[in-house]
Write a protein that binds this ligand. Structure first.
Ligand SMILES: Nc1ncnc2c1ncn2[C@@H]1O[C@H](COP(=O)(O)OP(=O)(O)OP(=O)(O)O)[C@@H](O)[C@H]1O
Length: 263
């Protein structure tokens, strides 16, 4: 069992009379490429917020590398290696990718607020920032203000920032959402090339990405795990089809064999 990196057991989250997460048990294995899918309102965002500590569970436990983190503050979960991608906010708009990544790498290495002075001096920080720029195909835009970047490049920067935090578990929250067709390929290739030792939980509506990326899938419906399995098992599962068919606009038109991508 020690190859389980992140798990939750009997996780419940109630908002007043609404049960958004209903007795969810999930295991993420070391090196996993695991996708979490489900129709709108299934509880995916709530579950990610519980795992990252943004929300406190009504009941249940969350374990990271064998330790109970159910009540650990979000920033301390990041320090322990549980990192999610987040949308770049105003804070980074006027900074360049190089500055942003140097800042995050500096913070990660305990250099804190002295990052800017250290940038020129600390070869380790500059080198790691440069590696990340190359890995995420941001070299050409390294010195452009983030607010001027193409949307796909911003999404790449978001993943690069998460990786700069040296995660053991990476929660990828809809990495291709809103990315124009012409910029998607680069993003898909970069996601596919994430380091094998980082375990990834992907939440995504784009079924092309889900089925090309994941080797394990969990389907959430009404806050509950409907089923879990390999992509082939999920695709063949009549219950999964019914659930998505019931929602009309979703996977019924989106399962890969039926030739559609976005749901
Ligand atoms: N803060 C909140 N207060 C009350 N109800 C909430 C809150 N957050 C989520 N919910 C409800 O919990 C349920 C699950 O919502 P959640 O956003 O987690 O689903 P989701 O699977 O992420 O949906 P989507 O794919 O549309 O983003 C929904 O019924 C939603 O209305």
């Amino acid at each position: 069992m020690n190859d389980v990196v992140l798990s939750c057991r009997g996780l419940v989250k109630k908002f007043g009379g609404i049960t958004a997460t209903n007795d969810v048990t999930l295991e993420l294995r070391r090196g996993a490429r695991h996708a979490l899918i489900g129709p709108n309102g299934a509880g995916k965002t709530t579950l990610i917020n519980l795992l990252t500590g943004v929300l406190e569970p009504t009941a249940g436990t969350i374990m990271l590398e064998g330790q109970d983190i159910s009540r650990v503050a979000p920033h301390l979960r990041v320090r322990r290696g549980l990192v999610r991608t987040f949308q770049i906010n105003q804070l980074f708009a006027s900074m360049t990718p190089l500055q942003t990544l140097a800042l995050v790498v500096s913070q990660q290495r305990g250099l804190g607020a002295r990052w800017w002075r250290k940038l020129g001096q600390d070869a380790g920080v500059a080198e790691r920032a440069q590696q990340l720029l190359e890995q995420f195909r941001l070299g050409e835009v390294a010195n452009q203000r983030t607010e001027h970047l193409a949307y796909g490049k911003r999404r790449l920067l978001e993943i690069a920032i998460a990786l700069a935090c040296e995660p053991r578990v990476l929660l990828l929250d809809e990495p291709v959402a809103g990315v124009p067709a012409g910029e998607r390929e680069e993003l898909l290739e970069t996601v596919a090339a994430l380091p094998a030792d980082v375990s990834v939980l992907l939440i995504e509506h784009d079924m092309d990405l889900v089925f090309s990326f994941a080797n394990r899938m969990t389907v959430l419906v009404n806050g509950t795990v409907l089923t879990e399995g390999t992509p082939a098992e999920i695709e063949a599962n009549p219950e999964v089809k019914t659930v998505y068919l019931g929602h009309g606009d979703e996977i019924n038109e989106g399962l890969p064999l039926e030739g559609r991508s976005h749901v």
